[in-house]
Design a protein around this ligand. Sequence first.
Ligand SMILES: Nc1ncnc2c1ncn2[C@@H]1O[C@H](COP(=O)(O)OP(=O)(O)O)[C@@H](O)[C@H]1O
Ligand SMILES: O=P(O)(O)OC[C@H]1O[C@](O)(COP(=O)(O)O)[C@@H](O)[C@@H]1O
Length: 323
Amino acid sequence: MNTNMKHIGVFTSGGDSPGMNAALFAIAKTAEVNSIKLSGFRKGYEGLIDGDLVELDTQELQKLVHRGGTFLKTARSARFLTKEGRQQALENLRKNNIDALIAVGGDGTFKGLLAFSEICELPFIGIPGTIDNDMAGTDFTLGFDSAVNTAIENIDKIRDTAESHNRIFLIEVMGRDCGYIAMHSGLGVGADAILVPESGQDFVRLLEKASVYDSEEAFIAVVAEGDELGAEIAASKIKELNPKLDLRITKLGHVQRGGNPSAADRMLGIRLGAASVKALLQEKKSVMVGILNNELSLTPFDQVVKQHQVQDELYELVKIFGK
Ligand SMILES: Nc1ncnc2c1ncn2[C@@H]1O[C@H](COP(=O)(O)OP(=O)(O)O)[C@@H](O)[C@H]1O
Ligand SMILES: O=P(O)(O)OC[C@H]1O[C@](O)(COP(=O)(O)O)[C@@H](O)[C@@H]1O
């Protein structure tokens, strides 16, 4: 047990995700019971560079467990990509007597910590916070479950109008480089086709189906934002083949990042927040806390950022249900 841990800094970084506030509350509570001071840097790495920090109050955070977004605000920081920016951040950590850092963010954030560890010897712990779920070392990232629920709720609504008009809808969901939201929401709404960046054959199947579509039913295709073709090109190719089709594109966009966290994301935030402080007390460094098979786990940053979890079983389902 590290009894020299007196002051922890925490920040949220990259895209916000529902459950980040729950994680902040759990970090604050666990720090409090271990008599550790906790400061929050605002706006991700920007706050580290500018020395923009606030002392965190457990009672304030307790009121935000059910809220989406992040109390600490978040940002993508071009300055942290530079050596000068990281040097400035180091000076602020020293000035404020920070003993350790906890970062809630996606793989970009952890790449940032890896770069920072070249000049900063403090222990860093990561909590996976991104709706994209594109990280190794955890079954689910904070915000993914909420985003999928939001996507499903909205696609169900689109189905009502699609059925009323006999329309084809191509619905784009988020996922910069990966198709997890598309696969989970597409399977969850009974989509006719799902296009994801990880698979090459899905568009061929969609074209085959759409080219002969002449039905009284709705036709729903869910397209991941990161798909190599994208909804617009897919739509224009479908129209070329079958010009009679009444086709619409809907991009669900940032609605997927907002809203109250689901029960699963609140629990994930609470478990991982508490685990991050405990990891520091156990003298761990440069690891991400995650949950694998419902057990807490620690994965070194370099393993987290190098791979996505590839779930063959899900791709298989996408193929079968797209037939
Ligand atoms: N290779 C890197 N070196 C230093 N900082 C990085 C690096 N990659 C990402 N970052 C920092 O992490 C921030 C968050 O990354 P980003 O990819 O936008 O979001 P996420 O953490 O959600 O994946 C970036 O804006 C940048 O400041
Ligand atoms: O809000 P922005 O900056 O346009 O970012 C959009 C991107 O952020 C995400 O919502 C989440 O990505 P990160 O969590 O990795 O930042 C992606 O799905 C999407 O491509």
